[in-house]
Design a protein around this ligand. Structure first.
Ligand code: GSH
Length: 287
């Protein structure tokens, strides 16, 4: 293992190891943590490299929420796939007021590269997730970077959709739970995009899954979306999945949108369906 990462924790679970590492991020200009699950078939000494699924978390999360609550490790063990989960923003950067709100700043990086002067030095989660983190894990662990997929929840669902749609062919598949589908048109997204990208709304389109879907040209596999019908943020028009259905239809992008009676926005919902998401990706990652 290279010396660019420091092991923070290692716990046995479902026959594999759930680890957390820290490293000095060049994009975020701070110490960043990420989680990584090694299934039992992972062998540091072997030539074989395993495929990877990235998990992007939602507002207020760290790299911990998913690994503590989703139960995804059981399914990663079954399929022999690694799961990597970054934090949701830079931390400890001494930006005035960055922890004042739970939906902007710390814990709410929105997976964009900020352009506004106050944020642009550190808030580069898009480049971190799509470039720095893959390069780091590919050179540190036995991971096959030609077999990557991506999934996420809420703000992280938005992140997974845009990473997939902005990089045709880079990820084999994408799946999301209760994603923020049209950030330019919902209160969470408008606040974040205005703060990180400025008030010229044309610049927001580059990070809006609905705009990206309309103009998408490239290889595509079914996009899997699960949405709980008792999700309070669905009712508050923060998620707007039906707008994404319309945009995908325009570009003939096949999506599977499943709406589930009674499920809310929480990890109870995620843990119920995460096995099906891992299986969805395993099909395309051939594992
Ligand atoms: N009341 C929630 C509002 C934010 C929220 O629901 N965050 C979702 C993502 S948008 C989450 O994953 N929260 C952390 C958790 O449930 O562990 C909180 O403060 O956590």
């Amino acid at each position: 293992m290279g010396s660019d990462v420091t092991e923070v924790s290692r716990s046995r679970i479902f026959g594999g190891y759930q680890c957390v590492y820290s490293h000095d991020s060049k994009e975020l200009k701070c110490k960043a943590h990420f989680s990584i699950y090694f299934p039992p078939s992972y062998d540091e000494q072997a030539d074989e490299r395993l495929p990877v699924i990235y998990w992007l978390s939602g507002l207020t999360c760290t790299e911990q929420n998913f690994i503590q609550k989703s139960g995804a490790q059981r399914y990663a063990s079954e399929h022999g796939v690694i799961i990597v989960g970054p934090d949701t923003s830079p931390r400890n950067c001494k930006i005035e007021g960055d922890s004042e709100c739970w939906d902007f700043g710390v814990g709410a990086g929105f997976y964009v590269d900020a352009t506004e002067p106050k944020w642009k030095e550190h808030y580069r989660m898009y480049s971190y997730v799509t470039k720095e983190l893959p390069a780091l894990i590919g050179s540190t662990f036995r991971i096959d970077l030609s077999r990557q997929s991506i999934m996420g929840h809420s703000m992280g669902g938005h992140g997974a959709l845009i990473c997939y749609l902005k990089n045709p062919g880079k990820y084999k598949s994408v799946s999301v739970f209760a994603p923020i589908c049209n950030p330019s048109k919902c209160p969470w997204g408008q606040k974040a995009f205005k703060g990180y990208l400025g008030s010229d709304e044309t610049t927001w389109e580059a990070y809006d899954a609905c705009s990206l879907a309309k103009h998408y040209k490239g290889p595509i596999n079914n996009i899997l979306i699960d949405q709980g019908l008792s999700d309070e943020f669905l009712g508050k028009n923060q998620l707007l999945p039906d707008n994404f259905v319309v945009s995908c239809a325009e570009s003939k992008i096949p999506i599977i949108l499943r709406k589930h009676e009674g499920y809310d926005h929480s990890y109870f919902f995620i843990s119920t369906f995460i096995g099906e998401h891992v299986a969805h990706h395993a099909k395309f990652l051939k594992c």
